[in-house]
Design a protein around this ligand. Structure first.
Ligand SMILES: *[C@@H]1O[C@H](CO)[C@@H](O)[C@H](O)[C@H]1NC(C)=O
Ligand SMILES: *[C@@H]1O[C@H](CO)[C@@H](O)[C@H](O)[C@H]1NC(C)=O
Ligand SMILES: *[C@@H]1O[C@H](CO)[C@@H](O)[C@H](O)[C@H]1NC(C)=O
Ligand SMILES: *[C@@H]1O[C@H](CO)[C@@H](O)[C@H](O)[C@H]1NC(C)=O
Ligand SMILES: *[C@@H]1O[C@H](CO)[C@@H](O)[C@H](O)[C@H]1NC(C)=O
Ligand SMILES: *[C@@H]1O[C@H](CO)[C@@H](O)[C@H](O)[C@H]1NC(C)=O
Ligand SMILES: *[C@@H]1O[C@H](CO)[C@@H](O)[C@H](O)[C@H]1NC(C)=O
Length: 506
């Protein structure tokens, strides 16, 4: 059956292409009436081509011996001079391929072909006057690279549920679409990144709905994405990653759907987003404490957080807010499954993780309310007392939080081989039992605080102030239970060899 149809479709397309050349030219030489155009309107030739290509001659009675405007075709609206300004043929049983002639309807403002069976490539578009283009629920197979590049009047675009589309990327010169309000392309094979489309801070001054759910988008959402007008953002079910700080720039947001991606890092401060009603960030890899700036939002009515690596106490949401936080808690996020504060030591570790920008490795391991329950880098003695924190070579960024100073029982603090910046806080120097601190191979700066005597400190040689003096003064003379020397600077080679293999503090 299909074997028969293909050649027929091809043949009729070829016939159409040949037939179109002459009168199309006549159409462009505006007001140069041919024999036919005295009887027909200026767009009739192209409308006949559209009608035939889509089967609308049969389905809607758009007959090629009649005129779209003069004879009032179903679904057609005409403007001045008998020009077609709207085609509305939703759910009309149309099929076939949208012909190039549709782009020669130079007055066309509305093209609504939703819920049909249209297939093939979309035309390389002109669409200068088009304000609304709706082609959801069809079977289109490809979107040309420049499809919307000249649609400078476009306000509403929707192409959702075109499941046959080959992957296509969003425009990089999107700043030409200055009138855009609604861009809705869910389940439509959109691939690539958002960096070109949303990277320009001045783009889309009137954007109100951006919906790109169930696509193939990857990469980060550009931090420069900014809007005061956007009220609905749906990027759910893609493979987007990186931080979600950009949402703090979307000051008009009412609905935020970022679920089922690979976003990481903490939730930003949302206190400026007072219109926010719906927040769904479920099933990402978000970390950190859910900020009060979210739970305090006055208009909030639905929150989904499940399937992340959130930390800290259960968020306190108003009882009117629909949420899944109980589910989220059952999966090990949050320190406790009921409301209330975390253990103070857990709070300290969460603050420490915050200093490191809530890395995923720590959030994934530091679950529950007991740091001695096998937390990454936390070593305890048999009595459940924390004796050592070893976070060497975890790629940690950020700074050392003063909350290290609340881990009063630690004897060794090993942080070598990371990318930690800033200064060593005084609170660490005041740890009463500390014997050993290794902060070598980081990007620390400032001067080392004054430690009590008997603490051995390793730090990088290269930085301005860190440790130069300390290296000379200190006696490196201790080894912990599960001690692994880490981040040893070449200058410490001699020390390294003399301590490897020991297994006790001495
Ligand atoms: C006009 O319509 C008739 C009947 O549907 C069809 O046979 C004919 O091929 C059409 N002509 C053009 C030029 O499309
Ligand atoms: C187009 O739709 C009509 C009516 O729905 C149907 O008879 C025809 O076979 C379809 N053509 C193709 C190519 O699918
Ligand atoms: C697309 O399909 C989904 C799932 O079938 C449906 O919920 C949604 O309403 C459809 N979108 C449009 C614009 O028809
Ligand atoms: C950003 O948008 C402005 C106009 O809105 C435009 O002039 C500029 O070229 C755009 N920059 C990029 C990199 O697209
Ligand atoms: C808990 O985690 C498992 C495995 O990651 C996941 O399949 C499940 O949906 C999660 N449950 C909830 C309620 O989030
Ligand atoms: C540290 O920052 C780099 C660069 O931004 C990033 O690739 C890396 O994942 C960060 N490390 C952690 C542990 O988050
Ligand atoms: C180290 O941190 C700086 C910011 O302080 C960041 O720009 C850089 O990408 C990080 N490097 C790595 C390897 O994580």
């Amino acid at each position: 059956m299909n074997k028969m149809k293909m050649p027929l479709a091809l043949l009729s397309f070829l016939l159409l292409a040949v037939a179109s050349t002459i009168p199309a030219a006549a159409g462009i030489l505006a007001d140069a009436p041919s024999a036919a155009s005295t009887a027909y309107g200026p767009d009739d030739f192209n409308m006949h081509a559209v009608a035939t290509a889509l089967g609308a001659d049969r389905a809607l009675g758009w007959r090629n011996d009649s005129s779209a405007c003069r004879d009032g075709w179903t679904g057609i609206t005409c403007g001045e001079g008998g020009k077609v300004i709207a085609i509305r043929a939703r759910n009309a049983g149309l099929n076939g391929t949208l012909p190039t002639e549709v782009t020669l309807l130079f007055a066309l403002q509305v093209l609504d072909l939703r819920d049909n069976g249209l297939t093939g490539a979309l035309p390389d578009a002109v669409f200068l006057e088009l304000t609304n283009l709706h082609i959801d629920n069809n079977l289109f197979t490809s979107v040309p690279a420049d499809f919307l590049s000249t649609a400078r009047s476009l306000q509403g675009f929707s192409i959702s549920n075109n499941t046959q589309l080959q992957p296509w990327e969003l425009l990089h010169d999107a700043h030409r679409l200055t009138k855009l309000r609604h861009f809705i392309a869910n389940n439509a094979g959109v691939s690539g990144t958002l960096s070109g489309f949303l990277g320009n801070r001045s783009v889309f001054p009137e954007l109100s709905i951006l919906s790109l759910a169930h696509n193939l988008l990857t990469g980060h959402v550009p931090a420069t994405f900014y809007s005061r007008t956007l009220h609905r953002l749906d990027l759910s079910s893609n493979d987007l990653s990186g931080p979600i700080d950009f949402i703090a720039n979307l000051l008009g947001l009412e609905e935020l759907l970022l679920d089922h991606n690979s976003f990481t890092g903490p939730m930003p401060d949302l206190s400026g987003l007072w219109k926010l009603q719906v927040v769904d960030v479920a099933h990402n890899r978000l970390t950190g404490v859910v900020p009060a700036s979210l739970t305090d939002l006055g208009l909030l009515n639905s929150v989904s957080l499940t399937g992340n690596l959130f930390q800290g106490p259960l968020p306190e949401l108003a009882s009117s807010v629909h949420s899944d936080i109980t589910n989220a808690a059952f999966n090990g996020s949050f320190c406790r499954t009921e409301h209330g504060p975390c253990d103070p030591l857990v709070d300290a570790f969460i603050a420490i993780a915050g200093g490191f920008q809530y890395p995923e490795a720590l959030a994934a391991s530091w679950k529950g309310n007991h740091p001695c329950a096998g937390w990454l880098g936390v070593n305890c003695d048999d009595g459940g007392v924390i004796t050592e924190v070893n976070l060497c070579r975890l790629g940690l960024n950020g700074t050392l939080h003063p909350a290290f100073g609340t881990l009063k029982t630690i004897q060794a603090l090993l942080l070598a081989g990371n990318n930690i910046s800033g200064a060593v806080p005084q609170s660490i120097a005041e740890l009463p039992l500390l014997r050993f601190q290794d902060v070598s191979d980081n990007s620390l700066e400032g001067s080392m605080p004054r430690f009590h005597s008997g603490v051995s400190i390793w730090a990088q040689d290269g930085s301005e102030h860190c440790l130069k003096e300390w290296r000379a003064k200190t006696t490196v003379k201790l080894i912990t239970k599960n001690f692994q020397l880490c981040g040893i600077h070449p200058n410490f080679d001699k020390l390294e060899t003399s301590f490897i293999g020991r297994s006790e503090y001495s």
